[in-house]
Design a protein around this ligand. Structure first.
Ligand SMILES: NC(=O)c1ccc[n+]([C@@H]2O[C@H](COP(=O)([O-])OP(=O)(O)OC[C@H]3O[C@@H](n4cnc5c(N)ncnc54)[C@H](OP(=O)(O)O)[C@@H]3O)[C@@H](O)[C@H]2O)c1
Length: 262
């Protein structure tokens, strides 16, 4: 296995999941995916492409850099000519459906990040597994769980949006699902945790599970005022036979917290 974006949270989980098979893990320093691929060892049989520009607000200001990493980077990963698993996002949808998004739903990205990720799906090519995922959290990198743990330890109250609903997904569960998915035919697959919640509900669960005495003030997306639009409804479900079923997001949260030794 070759893992790109090995310094990221999904990259870390993929390295662990496939450690027994042998992993060539490349961080951005080892392969900046905006550049053509380096030579890879001959025995690499599968590319797990986890490198991406993931700064959703920053992409609004730097669309070309975001496209270079997400579209150009995926094109370069495809140029390796090996079976490819790449990761896309719920942000390819506009979030107005009000019911779980399945693979055949029409896309309509509202942000630069979402548009670059949709274009990255095309760049991956027909033979790739394109795994749309949402609200990832893990034990490394910057993510909602780690941010809430920090804020919850510092403050008595945090303001969190309560009008965006989705299925936050633990990278450990996602990495295990990737193992199942590569036994299935390629194409677009939706993979997300079971259950759904708003970010405010997720924050409350984090404080509860971590034993932090911090209140959650429920606010709207408009009150938060971030530069990039976010889908209000971002639950992903699969309509494809054989799709991996993930544990509930709360189970993922517990595993992540145990890993962080909270
Ligand atoms: N995080 C989420 O909630 C979420 C939701 C939906 C989909 N996804 C998708 O899931 C995949 C994994 O994301 P993640 O959560 O693991 O994100 P992450 O923790 O931000 O990791 C992304 C990694 O990609 C690296 N990277 C960025 N630009 C690069 C470049 N030009 N060349 C090589 N590496 C580069 C980053 O390196 P630096 O640390 O040096 O920047 C980072 O290590 C991505 O495709 C992302 O779009 C994520």
């Amino acid at each position: 296995m070759l893992v790109t974006g090995a310094g990221g949270q999904l990259g870390a989980a993929l390295q662990e999941e496939f450690a027994a098979e042998g992993v060539v893990a490349l961080t951005r320093a080892e392969w900046d995916v905006t550049q053509p691929p380096p030579p890879v060892p001959e025995d690499v049989g599968l590319v797990l492409h986890a490198a991406a520009w993931t700064n959703v607000d920053g992409a609004e200001e730097h669309p070309q850099d975001a496209a270079a990493a997400n579209v150009g980077g995926t094109q370069h990963a495809a140029e390796l000519g090996l079976p490819l698993v790449t990761f896309s996002t719920d942000y390819v949808f506009d979030g107005t459906k009000g019911a779980p998004y399945v693979e055949s739903d029409p896309t309509n990205p509202q942000s630069v990040y979402g548009r670059t990720k949709l274009a990255s799906e095309a760049a991956a090519g027909d033979g790739a597994w394109i795994v749309r995922v949402s609200g990832l959290f893990g034990w490394t990198s910057t993510n909602f769980v780690r941010t809430m743990l920090r804020l919850g330890a510092e403050r008595d109250e945090v303001s969190v949006v309560d009008d965006q609903r989705g299925s936050p997904t633990y990278v450990g569960h996602l990495a295990a699902a990737v193992r199942e998915l590569i036994e299935q035919p390629p194409g677009v697959w939706h993979v997300a945790a079971d259950g759904d919640c708003t970010w405010a509900e997720f924050a409350e669960a984090i404080f509860e599970e971590a034993g932090l005495d911090c209140a959650v003030k429920r606010i709207t997306t408009a009150e938060l005022g971030r530069p990039a639009p976010r889908p209000a409804y971002w639950v992903l479900r699969s309509e494809r036979p054989g799709a991996p079923q993930l544990p509930h997001w709360r189970e993922g949260l517990r595993e992540c917290l145990a890993r962080l030794a909270v």
